[in-house]
Design a protein around this ligand. Structure first.
Ligand code: G1P
Ligand code: ZN
Length: 544
């Protein structure tokens, strides 16, 4: 059967963001839209010709159709082999794992992460490189540039591949291997964590947990690992069946969207442990009985306890956190005598540090935590890490975190989001702050003295590349901080994110409500940025 060359014309507005190309399903369903973008990948990434491609997605609406199209295009573009997850399923971290394990030339992951799915919702496509991580800016820029000039794409006129039967099929000269999406990932987890200890914890009686897969991709992973391999009781995994519309929910593991899970951890009958992951399986939320672990604290706790997990028993080489993430991990790194790197927002900035073995663990405040085991953040990995700690330390989640604060001090932390703000007003607000920067040092704000104020710029210590304008940082004597930045992932207007943090060394003052502890700084941030006057918003839409 022959490959056909189809004439096409480019679409505007296909610029992929930090997490690939995300659009409404109906946009992707336009004739040639997906094809243009995929052909731009093959045209700019010559390694796929004669190579191996990993392909899968989070199971959302349009996943299977997109996979059939990409398979036929891969065959027409000279790919030798495609590894595709059964049912079209591969979580983002599992795709990273498979790319690395089988030394594929890269992968295409179909997901819009934590955005809702369904015919009127979002779809997305992202490219990962042979290291297993998201394509760096240079690569996505090249794909974008090509997609603006494209005038033809290549596709075979072969039929569709049965995605539900494991095994090999030929598509023209290309071989398609439908693989178990869970097996390689589960094997990696077994190497990193003490499965015996966790198994005993589950069998000890009295330990009660739930994992909320939110009808997204981690269902099959969590069921296999937690219930089948670790012996957690059936039903431990909630909402474990991936659905094209995620059951109508918003597959984002936070206090708002995972509220059923949160409720199960509260009160007299509250569970000992609750955890959730997002649409494509890279985010995580960790809950104890009546206790929410902030992602910033989670990174710090994992760093301080890493030696308790077999995969990290030799210690960690270093840690990295995105700039707006709280500085809790810095204090742990200090005590361990390792470096803590501060990177711009977005997982791709961790890749070089991981590849160069400068860091072992990394994380972001936005429910992302990970390590050098893959090149993506990894939701279920974080959950298993916590279970490993609980199994070894035999303490509650709350006690582990409170002890951590006693030892290192507590970084009170919150993020306030102002969503769908007028884009011009948001830019003007940031300009206004930039103008103030020079005058701030040594001034007093909310009773604290400003130590430094800048627009964050990052020079990659490995390749020397520079990322400028990554957000306004205002640091105070004593470790408090206010950070302002505009979201790079919002879809309507602009989203202003304000991150507020203060450091409290005194354990007697570790029990305050977070918003109260931070109230003076929150007020200073609002006044300084003139948030209400410039955006018309007296209060944020979302407080995390
Ligand atoms: C958000 C998060 C960021 C994360 C990104 C992709 O980006 O804040 O940490 O890497 O989603 O999941 P933002 O909308 O803030 O640009
Ligand atoms: Zn995600």
């Amino acid at each position: 059967m022959a490959a056909t060359e189809v004439s096409t014309t480019p679409f505007d507005g296909q610029k992929p963001g930090t997490s690939g190309l995300r659009k409404k399903v109906r946009v992707f369903q336009q004739p040639h839209y997906l094809e243009n973008f995929v052909q731009a990948i093959f045209d700019t990434q010559p390694g796929f010709r004669g190579g191996t491609l990993v392909l899968g997605g989070d199971g959302r609406f349009y996943n299977r159709e997109a996979i059939q199209t990409i398979l036929r295009m891969a065959a027409a573009n000279g790919v030798v082999k495609v590894l595709v997850g059964r049912g079209g399923i591969l979580s983002t971290p599992a795709a990273s794992c498979v790319i690395r394990k089988y030394q594929a030339q890269g992968g295409i992951i179909l997901s819009a992460s934590h955005n809702p799915g369904g015919p009127d919702q979002d779809f997305g496509i992202k490219l990962n490189t042979d290291a297993g991580g998201p394509a760096p800016a240079g690569v996505t820029d090249a794909v974008f540039a090509r997609s603006r000039r494209i005038d033809r794409y290549r596709i075979t006129d072969t039929g569709s591949v049965d995605l539900d039967a494991l095994g090999n099929t030929a598509l023209d000269d290309m071989s398609v291997e439908v693989m178990d999406p869970v097996a390689d990932y589960a094997a990696l987890m077994e190497r990193l964590f003490d499965f015996n200890a966790i198994h005993q914890l589950f069998n000890s009686g009295g330990f009660r947990m739930r994992f909320d897969a939110m009808h997204a991709v981690t269902g099959p992973y969590a069921t296999e690992i937690l219930e089948n391999r670790l012996g957690a009781e059936p039903g431990t995994v909630m909402n474990g069946m991936p659905l094209p519309d995620f059951g109508g929910g918003h597959p984002d593991p936070n206090l708002l969207h995972a509220r059923d899970l949160v409720a199960l951890t509260q009160g007299l009958t509250g569970l000992d442990f609750g955890a959730a992951s997002d649409g494509d399986g890279d985010r995580n939320m960790i809950l104890g009985k009546d206790f929410f672990v902030t992602p910033s604290d989670s990174l710090a706790v994992l760093a301080a306890n890493a030696h308790l997990a077999p995969g990290y028993k030799a210690g960690i080489a270093g840690v990295a956190r995105s700039m707006p993430t709280s500085q809790a991990a810095d204090r742990v790194a200090d005590e361990l005598g390792v470096e803590c790197y501060e990177t711009p927002t977005g997982w791709k900035f961790f890749g070089n540090l991981l590849d160069a073995r400068k860091i072992t663990l990394c994380g972001e405040e936005s429910f992302g935590t990970g390590s050098d085991h893959v090149r993506e953040k990894d939701g279920l990995w974080a959950v298993l890490f916590w279970l490993n700690l609980l199994a070894v330390r035999r303490q509650s989640v709350g006690d582990i975190v409170r002890e951590h604060w006693q030892r290192f001090g507590r970084n009170y932390y919150t993020r306030h989001d102002y969503e769908a703000v007028d884009a011009g007003a948001a830019e003007a607000l940031m300009d206004h702050l930039r103008m103030l920067l020079g005058d701030l040092p040594d001034k007093r704000l909310g009773g604290l003295s400003v130590a430094y104020a800048d627009d964050f710029s990052y020079t990659d210590p490995v390749d020397g590349s520079v990322a400028e304008g990554q957000g306004i940082r205002i640091g105070f004597d004593g470790g408090s901080r206010i950070v302002f930045r505009l979201s790079g992932t919002g879809t309507r207007g602009a989203t202003l994110r304000v991150y507020i943090e203060c450091y409290e060394p005194d354990p007697a003052r570790h029990g305050q409500p977070v918003q109260e502890a931070l109230a003076p700084l929150i007020l200073s941030a609002r006044e300084l940025a003139q948030i209400e006057a410039r955006t018309g918003r007296a209060e944020p839409d979302v407080i995390t």
